[in-house]
Structure formats: structure tokens, C-alpha cells
Design a protein around this ligand. Structure first.
Ligand SMILES: *[C@@H]1O[C@H](CO)[C@@H](O)[C@H](O)[C@H]1NC(C)=O
Ligand SMILES: *[C@@H]1O[C@H](CO)[C@@H](O)[C@H](O)[C@H]1NC(C)=O
Ligand SMILES: *[C@@H]1O[C@H](CO)[C@@H](O)[C@H](O)[C@H]1NC(C)=O
Ligand SMILES: *[C@@H]1O[C@H](CO)[C@@H](O)[C@H](O)[C@H]1NC(C)=O
Length: 486
């Protein structure tokens, strides 16, 4: 058993080290097998090598803030190599000590200084400063040296974004100016040519009280995406559109299917991939996990932008293949196993549900004896992605906090249930499947990479694991099994 566990683990690591496909919401592992640990950051394309560099907040177990900024590189946005810390917190430093806030880092190359510039939301632990931090490095991977932390044109700055116009190379900062009544605006402000200081306010998104801003640029348009302010609970991300950065900007509109809470994610960055055949626009969102922030995932999805309709939509795909060279992407086709083909044990049962494919959903999944089992699953003998389509109706409330609750008044809230997933009855290798709150009647999917035997007689059994409150698994609509990569 121990040998198998080790071998299976090595196989999984080997597979993820050479990841080719993008799997939103999965546990992304770097080439050393560790979780990709760069939250709420950015992807900067290195001009010389054409490589992608991912920067983001580094968090270890139990840690909320103060971990500094880590950096990874990739050729294809799927395989990530860790280059350690780009910005290291310094004990006793007045702005970047482990007790300070270093959030939403963004990195851009400055032609003027011939250096890479990192900017972020710099703050003290109680968000009393609302500053923008600035650090520089000669090398894209750093280490970055702290330069300053300043108030942008004398104002406050909370969630931070940075945008570079591909037509003229000019850089802009985006920042919400906090939660106090006098604030609640989002600023779009241009940098000077060297990107060493801010120049002038280009537009102010007045009193929408939004955060986590990013801009994606198309041939004719600018779309500014932002989320509402609900902490780590996801909500409906909105976009504004304009022909020019100074406006006029459109009314905000919702970018993903209602009640999916933007597929359980928050905006923060976006990326334009101009290939030889197609330009693809990617939404780079964060799926925060307030129970264990360090395990938060990434929801990266293509956007469907229609210049004539002036519309933008974030599209869900369990698994997709993006070709960086041509710019083309395609969803991977999987094999679906519906709830109607599964067997139930204990108190689990199939219940009428008009909103599913088959009109039923598997519910009452609890602990290790009230389970559902899908049988006759075809496997390849190599690691494969399996998406579990589920409904979690726990409903995210605001708990005891004032301001009410979208779904429930009072009470304690949980953002997730945890299911156990067992392949071919091997209870020595229980996979944990996090199933974040969806909404009543809303089905979302969550992926796991599993080892199925070659052949058509695999089983997958789903039970419930403890999330600290209960041992319930979410309701299951179906599973989709994807072919192995490459
Ligand atoms: C953060 O800064 C504000 C404004 O200077 C101050 O009032 C607050 O006490 C500071 N918080 C901490 C933990 O030092
Ligand atoms: C710059 O970073 C690259 C990639 O991590 C590394 O190979 C190279 O040695 C670094 N150069 C300097 C001058 O630090
Ligand atoms: C700071 O932001 C507030 C709210 O957007 C605005 O009313 C005020 O004029 C700004 N102050 C400066 C110095 O820009
Ligand atoms: C099944 O769950 C029960 C109750 O939570 C627990 O005591 C038991 O150890 C579990 N059995 C297995 C085989 O995991």
C-alpha cells in the first residue's frame, strides 16, 4: 500500500509537472509538485524570452497575510516552474515586514529605468494606510528591492491593478480607494513614462463600491472588470466598456451566468494572448478559500468578447487546451456518467431535481456509509482529470456580521463541503474534493486528478468528509472523465 501510494503520487507529480491543459479550480502543482502559490497577482510577459511570469501573494498553511510575493514562469500557462520569492518580507521593515499587508502585486518593465517595477497595495495590518508599494529589480524574477510606499496623488488605495495599453505601451494604475464613505470609488490613473510615479487621474468609477479591478483591451474596446465587496465570498463580477480609457464608460454589466458568483471566483487580472491565428482573452480570477487561504485556487477562463454587441462573457470549461503560439483554445471532450447510472448506499438517494440533465440529483451523501458509486468507468491507466458536477445549497450568509446576508440571516456560514472520492474501493487513498457553495438550483463543477485502471470497469465512490462542522458531501449531478493529457 505504502509503495502504491508513493508510486501513484510520483505519477501524479510527473503528470502535473508537464501540464498542457488549463484546469480551472484544480490543485495546480508546479514542476516540483508543490501547490502553485501566487494569489491575487498578475502574469507579466517577458519581452526577451516571451515567457509568462506569474507573481502573487505567497501563503503557507495558517497564514493570512505577510508571506511576500512569489514568482513562477511558464511557456504555456499550464506548466509552472517556481523561482522562489520575488519580494521577501523583511523583519522590522517599516513597510514590508511580515506583519504588513502586501497584496495584489503587479509587475511591469520600465523602458526608462531598464528595470522591472513591482507595485502593490501596501498597508499596515489594520488597513490604516492605504498606500501603494513600489520595488525594483534588474531581473524579472527579482529579488525586488523596496523603493517606497506612497499615497497615489494624495489619496487612498486599496485593491490594486495595473494595466498596460498594448497600442502605445503606456501604463495605468487601477485602485479602489477603500471602504469609508468618502471613498468607494475606483481610480484609473496614468503613470509617468518611467512608471516610477503616478501622473494624472484618467477616470474615476464613482461610488460603485467595487474592488479587484483589471482592464482587458481589444482592438476597439477597453473592458474594466471588477468585483463587488464581499470579502472572500465570491459575487457577480461586472464589466464596464469604453472606446477610450478616459471614457465615456458604459454601465456595469454582469459577466458570468447569474448565481454562479462568477463560477465562484473574484476578478483581479486578465491577459490578452495575440497568437498567429487568433487573439484570446483570459480572465484570471481567484477562488478564495477562507477556511484555508493557502489552498485557494485559480479560475482562469477564456472570455467571449463581441465588439459589435459590446459584450463580454466569461465562459466555463472544465478542461481546455490553449495554444500560446496560435492563440487558439479548445475545450477537451470528456465522457459523462449521469446520476441515473450511479448506485447509492446508506441514506444517499436520487431526488427529483428539474434543473439537472436527468431530472434527478444524488443527495444525502454523508460520511463513509452514505455514498454514491459510479461504475463501469473507462480509464487509461494514466492520471486523468475528473470533474464532479455538484450542488451545495448551504448558502453563503454573512454570519453575524452587520449588513445582512444574501441567502441566510444570522447563523454561521461555510464556503464549502468536502467530499471523499475513492477509486476502485481503495480506501487507503482517499481524495478530498472541495465543493464550494453554489446556490439552490445552480450546478458547478470541481476537478480532481485521478488514477483509473486501464479498461472499462473502474468505480468512483463519493462520500462525505468533515469540513469542521459536518461530514456531508454536496449533491452530485454527474461526473465527466477526461482523457489523459498528451
Ligand atoms: C495602522 O495605521 C493607522 C493610521 O496610521 C493607525 O491608526 C493604526 O493604529 C495602525 N494599525 C496598527 C496595527 O498599527
Ligand atoms: C535572472 O533570472 C534567471 C531566471 O531565474 C536566472 O537564470 C539568472 O541567473 C538571473 N540573472 C541575474 C543577473 O540574477
Ligand atoms: C480622494 O478620493 C475622494 C473620493 O474619490 C475624492 O473625493 C477626493 O477628491 C480625492 N482626493 C484627492 C487629493 O485626490
Ligand atoms: C467511517 O466514519 C466513521 C464515523 O465518522 C469513523 O469512525 C470511521 O473510522 C470511518 N471508517 C473508515 C473506514 O474510514
Amino acid at each position: 500500500m505504502a509503495f502504491c501510494a508513493l508510486l501513484c503520487r510520483l505519477l501524479l507529480v510527473a503528470a502535473t509537472a508537464e501540464a498542457k491543459w488549463i484546469v480551472p479550480g484544480a490543485r495546480w502543482r508546479d514542476t516540483e509538485g508543490n501547490l502553485v502559490n501566487a494569489h491575487a497577482g498578475c502574469v507579466t510577459v517577458d519581452k526577451e524570452s516571451g515567457k509568462f511570469f506569474l507573481f502573487g501573494e505567497y501563503k503557507v498553511q495558517g497564514q493570512v497575510e505577510g508571506g511576500g510575493v512569489s514568482v513562477y514562469s511558464s511557456e504555456n500557462l499550464a506548466t509552472w516552474e517556481h523561482h522562489g520569492m520575488a519580494l521577501v518580507p523583511i523583519e522590522g521593515h517599516p513597510y514590508i515586514s511580515p506583519s504588513h499587508i502586501i497584496q495584489r502585486p503587479k509587475v511591469v518593465y520600465s523602458e526608462g529605468t531598464s528595470k522591472y517595477h513591482m507595485w502593490w497595495h501596501a498597508d499596515n495590518s489594520t488597513y490604516g494606510w492605504l498606500l501603494q508599494g513600489f520595488a525594483q529589480a534588474d531581473n524579472i524574477t527579482g529579488p525586488y528591492s523596496f523603493v517606497d510606499a506612497t499615497a497615489p496623488l494624495g489619496n487612498w488605495s486599496q485593491d490594486f491593478g495595473l494595466f498596460t495599453d498594448y497600442k502605445d505601451g503606456k501604463a495605468y494604475a487601477l485602485y479602489s480607494n477603500g471602504d469609508r464613505k468618502e471613498g468607494r470609488d475606483v481610480y484609473l490613473t496614468s503613470y509617468n513614462n518611467d512608471i516610477t510615479a503616478l501622473d494624472k487621474v484618467v477616470h474615476r468609477f464613482d461610488k460603485y463600491d467595487l474592488e479587484a479591478p483589471t482592464i482587458i483591451q481589444t482592438e476597439k474596446s477597453y473592458f474594466a472588470l471588477m468585483s463587488h465587496k464581499t470579502g472572500y465570498r465570491p459575487n457577480n463580477v461586472v464589466a464596464f466598456r469604453a472606446d477610450s480609457l478616459s471614457g465615456p464608460w458604459s454601465q456595469p454589466f454582469i459577466v458570468a451566468p447569474l448565481n454562479t458568483r462568477t463560477f465562484n471566483s473574484q476578478s483581479g487580472f486578465s491577459l490578452r494572448i495575440k497568437g498567429t491565428k487568433q487573439t484570446t482573452y483570459l480572465y484570471l480570477g481567484d477562488q478564495w478559500d477562507s477556511n484555508s487561504l493557502w489552498e485557494s485556487r485559480y479560475i482562469w477562463l477564456p472570455m467571449d468578447i463581441n465588439e459589435n454587441k459590446k459584450s463580454l462573457e466569461v465562459l466555463w470549461h472544465d478542461v481546455y487546451d490553449l495554444n500560446i503560439k496560435t492563440g487558439e483554445w479548445k475545450p477537451i471532450k470528456g465522457t459523462t456518467y449521469q446520476a441515473t447510472s450511479a448506485t447509492t448506499a446508506g441514506s444517499a438517494f436520487a431526488q427529483e431535481a428539474t434543473f439537472t440533465d436527468t431530472g434527478v440529483i444524488l443527495t444525502g451523501i454523508y460520511g463513509n456509509d452514505s455514498t454514491v458509486t459510479f461504475s463501469g468507468i473507462e480509464g487509461s491507466g494514466k492520471p486523468q482529470w475528473v470533474s464532479f458536477y455538484y450542488q451545495n445549497t448551504d448558502d453563503m450568509g454573512f454570519g453575524d456580521q452587520p449588513g445582512g446576508s444574501p441567502d441566510r440571516i444570522g447563523g454561521s456560514w461555510q464556503l464549502r463541503r468536502i467530499a471523499s472520492v475513492v477509486v476502485n474501493g481503495d480506501t487507503q487513498n482517499v481524495e478530498t474534493l472541495y465543493q464550494r457553495d453554489t446556490h439552490k438550483g445552480i450546478i458547478l463543477s470541481a476537478p480532481l486528478q485521478l488514477m483509473l485502471n486501464k479498461g472499462r470497469d473502474n468505480t468512483i465512490t463519493i462520500g462525505g468528509l468533515s469540513n469542521g462542522f459536518d461530514v456531508k458531501g454536496a449533491d452530485i449531478e454527474k461526473i465527466v472523465v477526461y482523457p489523459p493529457e498528451g
